[in-house]
Structure formats: structure tokens, C-alpha cells
Design a binder for this molecule. Sequence first.
Ligand code: G1P
Length: 298
Amino acid sequence: MGFQITKAVIPAAGLGTRFLPATKAMPKEMLPVVDRPAIQYVVEEAVSAGLHDVLMITGRNKNALENHFDRNAELEATLLKKGDSERLRKVNESTDLADVHYVRQGDPKGLGHAVLRAQMHVGREPFAVLLGDDIIDARDPLLTKMMSEQIKRNATIVALLEVDPSQTHLYGVATVEETEDEDVVRITDLVEKPAPGTSPSNYAIIGRYVLRPEIFDVLEKTEPGKGGEIQLTDALQKMAGAPEWTGGVYGVVFRGRRYDTGDRLDYLKAIVQLASDHSDLGDDFRPWLKEFSSALDS
Ligand code: G1P
């Protein structure tokens, strides 16, 4: 049996180049998805899995992120004076959500390098990593399943999604073996963004990991890989190859709803999907969307 998991690490130092110029002066994690910045969904997911200690690995332009999870006394006072308790509740939602800490990445040397920056804060415990480009539907829990597998197997766990073969070059891809559990596979090998046509499978890593602290020891020795960056996938591949001291790497296969916000087209799709289901807006948005899309056909 492993340790209790209490900490979530969220890398948020990317330059957001795919969204320029929107991200010129603002981190891409602050782009709104319906009515909340994308990063808030991710923190909410961590908290609902019981992870209240959140470490963000930030870069330049971090001020908006810090401000979003901090109090805004002036705004609170104004809303209070107006008696606008509904908006006050919304403002305070992100402030009260979690205990958020920050560390700067310094040089943007890749995802593996960003995760390594969490070492001091995390210590020698297993911890979760959540990437902000993926939003997992709150109705389809993934992280809790990954955490319980981590504790049960005392291993490292990644989230896998079966993607269309034309998409594998965008992800870390796993070679897998079945286990006794239908939704859990043992990972024997990993490759970061294989060239089209060379992918070992269509099991893609989506942005959720529950890592054993040995990942830090491996990352310290991991040389730059794909794109000249220190890749988390490369470190995980070494962990998978050394189960005697790492416990091995397993994948939880996700079959629920996931919204990719990583590029402009996926971001638009995510907004439409989440708006259609939104508790306040959905009932008005869906009929409009139907009308709009049938007008496109005519
Ligand atoms: C990163 C990882 C990749 C993973 C992906 C999931 O890539 O390097 O292994 O499959 O996240 O979203 P990025 O999308 O940051 O290029």
C-alpha cells in the first residue's frame, strides 16, 4: 500500500503561442471556457479528487493566475455594498477553492523540467500532475480512479485515451499489456509524439498523471528529447523499464468526456460542448445552436 496523495501539480508556464495574439499579455490558462478561466476547471477537478494542495508551475505573465486564486477586496466590497450575493459567491469561488502555491519555471525547458520544479514542494510522496489543456468532465471521474490504482499498485499511473491513428503524433503514446482490470493496462514502453505511421499503438497519454517521487530522480538525469525539451514521457519510459525500483507504470483507460482546449479549433468545440450542458445557459444555448447549424446546411 502506498501513501495518501494530497498534492496536485499544474504546469502553467507555456507561452500559449497557438493562441496569439490573445495570449500576448495573458497566460493561455486564463482564457475563458464559457464562464470560468480554463485553469479553474483543472483546479476544481483536483479539489474534487481531494487534492487541496495545488502547486502551479508558472512562467512570465503569472500575475493574472495568482490574482484569480487570490482575494479581490475591492470587488468583494463593491458587490457586498450592492447586495449582489450571487456574483460575490462567484468571485469567492476561486479564492476559496484550494491552497494554491506557485513556483516559477525559469527557463522553459519542457514539461519534464516543469515537473522537476515541483520537487521541493512535493517531497517524497506520490502526487498528481494535471495539464491545463485537457478538461475532464466533472461527471466522469478519472483522477480518483488513477489515485486508487496508484495506492493499490504502488506504481506510477497515467491516463490513456484511445485516439484515432491520425492523431497519435500529437501525444505521448504507450505500448501496453492487459491486466486483470479491463480499464487498467500495464505500460511496457512509451514514446513522445511518434512520427505519423510509426506509432506503437493508439493509446495516447492525456494530461493526467499520478507519479511516484522517483520521477524526480529520473528527471534529473533525463536529457533533452523531442523538440530539444526535457520530456516527461522519456522519464516515464525509464520508470516503465525499471519496475524493480519504480513499481512500473500503468495506464487507466479513460472512456468519459474530455474537452481539449489546446488549440483554437478544439477550444471552440470545448466551449460549444460545455455551453450546451451548462446549468444556466444550456437551455437557451441549445435551441439557438440547432437553428444556427441548420442555417449552415441550407
Ligand atoms: C504533453 C506531453 C504528451 C501528452 C500531452 C497530453 O504534450 O508531452 O506526452 O500526450 O501533453 O496533452 P503537449 O500537448 O504539451 O505538447
